[in-house]
Design a protein around this ligand. Sequence first.
Ligand SMILES: *Cc1c(COP(=O)(O)O)cnc(C)c1O
Length: 380
Amino acid sequence: MVDLKGQYEKIKERVDSSIMNVIETTAFVNGPEVHQFQKELEEYLDVKHVIPCANGTDALQIAMMGLGLKPGDEVITADFTFAATVEVIALLQLTPVLVDVDPINFNIDVEAIKKAITPNTKAIVPVHLFGLAANMDEIMAIAKEHNLYVIEDNAQGIGADYTSKDGTKRKTGTIGHVSSTSFFPSKNLGCYGDGGAIFTNDDDLAHIIRGIVNHGMYVRYHHDVVGVNSRLDSIQAAVLRVKLPHLDNYNTARKKAAQKYSDAFKEHKNIITPTGCGKCSETSFANCNCHVFHQYTLKVVDADRDALVNHLNEKGIPCGVYYPIPLHLQKAYKDERYKEEDFVVTNQLIKEVISLPMHTELDDEQIDYITETVIKFVAK
Ligand SMILES: *Cc1c(COP(=O)(O)O)cnc(C)c1O
């Protein structure tokens, strides 16, 4: 699904010397590399504060702690996403409110958010799923009307642009009150272990969060709030500093591969290819940066998706089903509040989606082999 080795070979010299430099200076924790990376990411994103931490799940949890959410507060998020989002809501004893997603772009359904709001709702967590920016104009408008926080889960969307109705363009993760991201190796900006970060433009919130990641300390050995220990280590920051200048090129390579896939599948009615934000052309991603293709996810209709998965595996083609079970049906998150008729889209998507190999090193020959194999099996 990913080719981390091929990508590493191209930047090997810089990566190796940066890692050696950390080892030689022994500044393993909170070293200058972490601070430099933080500054460089702030500049890239055009956001006031980046607070590095240990992983993307911690980033979400710390963002929610920073906002002062209290047990019983309701947090609305998508039913069709990775479990980390709902997991931290539950861990903090907040009440997760899962809602359905849009059948075309897979992101949280704005109408479903509106329906789910109660007097206890405190926050909305949109996920820029598979790398496509969620509908932030609408989500921010709902949040403003109901006085809610917006926490963007940007683990899959780093580098994507969101263009507002008024034409302003901003990076995903810089629009809500606070955001989280992950530097897990397979993410669009991945390190060589675990890593994550929180972003915000709010000075006071950034200050609170900087204490939370460090045991609730604002002055050494004075613990003002209950915090956690969540750090990005210097070796990971050194790797990320080498990779950040390549991020736009990496995302362009993903977009090109996505375009080639989509062009090949164009004529086939039962293979539904991913769409962009709607402000871009439906069939060309070239001039829009709304989608950074963390995953390239198809819907196959009137065909046996599971048989296709087996077939691709037999042909030596990796593929994935993200996600095979809706969160509201997961054992850990089941709740009698949920009604099946409120999850029509997710319940359908889990039967139809399939994600093809997507990374920065895909070549034309590989894509041709993959698309031909898929088409031969399912196309009508
Ligand atoms: C990867 C991911 C996370 C969690 O990141 P980790 O660094 O693995 O903890 C959270 N949310 C989404 C949507 C993700 O894809």
